[in-house]
Design a protein around this ligand. Structure first.
Ligand code: GAR
Length: 204
């Protein structure tokens, strides 16, 4: 399809700086993609505010809103179908994506993790906890990893990875800042790679 822009959803839980960098990079490069939906487990957060300010549908979906897990999953799938979402970028989403949603987007869902996977991944390893663990382990380098999402936490195929040094005197906060700057470069590059893969798959 000529000039078809891949319709993206971002899933966020907080500040949404990765979301903002993705959104800006898509416009600046430019990339054949469009972020049309932001799903968050929090009704009010930086990411949802940014979506609303930029004319991107902001949909609050939290397990707490539903009587059952199945209804929660159905509502997430409905939102994705309603907006014709073709690929998903997890950008600081602090929840496990339901298996049925992962299954609906095979090789079409990316996550960015603030460490060098397979180290420092898995349940409980998110946000500042990751950097605390990296420092406690005495690592001399950390970094960011973009990977495909599968049913296991932080275990999908690695798409891109970049290292940053751990400096003497680092706190979890200073390390987080250095890693986040690296994430902001890495995630748009990974999106570009995904779009290329999707185009190649379309041609075949
Ligand atoms: C980022 O460092 C991201 O890698 C991390 O949360 C931060 C979100 O920042 N994600 C995880 O830990 C997921 N396991 P942001 O909201 O400013 O993009």
């Amino acid at each position: 399809m000529p000039n078809h822009k891949i319709r993206l959803a971002v899933f966020c839980s907080g500040t949404g700086s990765n979301f903002k960098y993705l959104h800006t990079a898509i416009a600046e490069r430019p990339l054949d993609a469009k972020i049309v939906l932001c799903i968050s487990n929090r009704s009010q957060c930086g990411a949802m505010e940014y979506a609303r300010e930029n004319g991107i549908a902001a949909v609050h979906i939290s397990e707490k809103q539903f009587a059952s897990y199945d209804e929660f999953v159905a509502s997430m799938l409905d939102a994705l179908h309603e907006h014709d979402i073709e690929a998903i970028m997890l950008a600081g989403y602090m929840r496990k994506v339901p298996d049925a949603v992962v299954a609906a987007y095979p090789d079409r869902m990316l996550n960015i993790h603030p460490a060098l996977l397979p180290k420092f991944g898995g349940e409980g390893m998110y946000g500042i906890h990751v950097h605390t663990a990296v420092l406690a382990a005495g690592e001399t380098e950390s970094g960011a990893t973009v990977h495909m999402v599968n049913e296991e936490y932080d275990k999908g195929r690695i798409v891109l990875q970049e290292c940053v040094p751990v400096l003497s005197g680092d706190t979890p906060e200073t390390l987080a800042e250095r890693v986040l700057a690296c994430e902001h470069r890495l995630y748009p590059a990974a999106l570009e790679k995904l779009l290329d893969e999707m185009k190649t798959a379309e041609i075949r």
